[in-house]
Design a protein around this ligand. Sequence first.
Ligand SMILES: *[C@@H]1O[C@H](CO)[C@@H](O)[C@H](O)[C@H]1NC(C)=O
Ligand SMILES: *[C@@H]1O[C@H](CO)[C@@H](O)[C@H](O)[C@H]1NC(C)=O
Ligand SMILES: *[C@@H]1O[C@H](CO)[C@@H](O)[C@H](O)[C@H]1NC(C)=O
Ligand SMILES: *[C@@H]1O[C@H](CO)[C@@H](O)[C@H](O)[C@H]1NC(C)=O
Length: 373
Amino acid sequence: MLRPQLVALVTLIGSVGVTNAWFRVSCTDPLVQERLDPIISPGVNPSNHVHTISGGSNFNPTYTYNNLRASSCTNCLVAQACLQRPIPAMIMLTASTGFEQLLDPKTKLFEPVPDGGLLVYYQNRGDGDVSNGGSGLKAFPPGLKMITGDPKRRTKKFPIGLGTQDELRERAIQWSCLRFTVGLPGYDDNGTGFPTTDCEGGLNARLHLPACWDGVNLDSADHVSHTAFLSGLDNGVCPTGFVYMMKLFFEVTWSVDNFSGRWNATTDKWPFVYSHGDPTGFGWHGDFQNGWDTTALQNAIDQCNNPNDQTGSGVTEACKFLTVNTADFANKCKIAPVVNEAINGTLTKLPGCNPLQFGPQDATIFTAATCPQ
Ligand SMILES: *[C@@H]1O[C@H](CO)[C@@H](O)[C@H](O)[C@H]1NC(C)=O
Ligand SMILES: *[C@@H]1O[C@H](CO)[C@@H](O)[C@H](O)[C@H]1NC(C)=O
Ligand SMILES: *[C@@H]1O[C@H](CO)[C@@H](O)[C@H](O)[C@H]1NC(C)=O
Ligand SMILES: *[C@@H]1O[C@H](CO)[C@@H](O)[C@H](O)[C@H]1NC(C)=O
């Protein structure tokens, strides 16, 4: 089922500063939610905290590009189909984002917060794009890994607009408190961490991935330095020698409004935390490992952004290089968690060792061996 938030957000995007996505891919019900983190902690099972995973069904603690390409389905709507549907192109990505939980002020128990699924925006941005006079954007190279955000973060460290890569990385994570359902204006974070009021229309969180690649390395020791942000985050130039890629942007809206009767914004603190023990919001993060058919994506970039037909307005169905599934169909693509633990229902603690750490100093990442609890 296409959840209502996915539909509603399309009209909200203008109000939260997301414009001109070239095309958008919905990943509705997640592929799986579990404590795996194959980019940061390859092979580690279980990893530190719960993630929500979207993409190809061959996701596992150590998957490769070729594993992903051999997936039988994906929960994203532009996809190689599963369940014997004969589809020519195999197209998939794997993305993981945070998992949000309510800490009930009265019961002190954690409960998962539902979300409206992941929206992945494919944006043509930066001086490398032909619309800006550049020579064209490149598809992600096979197996490229990228991250944005840092689960250790509990505060903002740089003045907005400084323009260094560290500051751009910080600015790449944004949220809005949506209140349109009660006729109130929503508000954006501006680097302030989680909201302070009820968000009657949900909590909308967004994340820019780097659009520049060093042209050589698919990953790096810090998972960051082989990539870079455009100088203006959403536009501008790549650092010298970097390749201009299509730009990815993730959006998730958590249905925090489902819990509005459970807390009082006057007397209780914002009760929602991320699964990495983060009550501030600054540690939200998202990862991407490329599983696209590079040729299909490059063809789409080069030939489907035509202002004279529907491909120019991002209609994925109009682009012959993309295969579009229905939400009903994509939602059947699920895999069993390999980590055997409860993450849904009411919990006395967050899965793994993730005590709440309020900052402002960076949080400590605990392992089972160093866990203070
Ligand atoms: C964020 O900044 C915008 C633009 O300066 C401003 O209109 C808005 O009120 C700010 N929001 C908050 C929560 O401070
Ligand atoms: C959340 O709230 C929406 C709207 O009130 C409702 O349709 C949906 O079923 C709720 N979801 C859960 C998991 O409670
Ligand atoms: C929230 O708390 C304030 C202060 O105690 C109180 O005036 C208000 O009625 C409460 N709101 C609800 C919905 O209970
Ligand atoms: C937890 O619940 C969500 C939403 O109901 C579901 O998509 C997910 O598969 C569940 N995860 C587990 C591990 O049961």
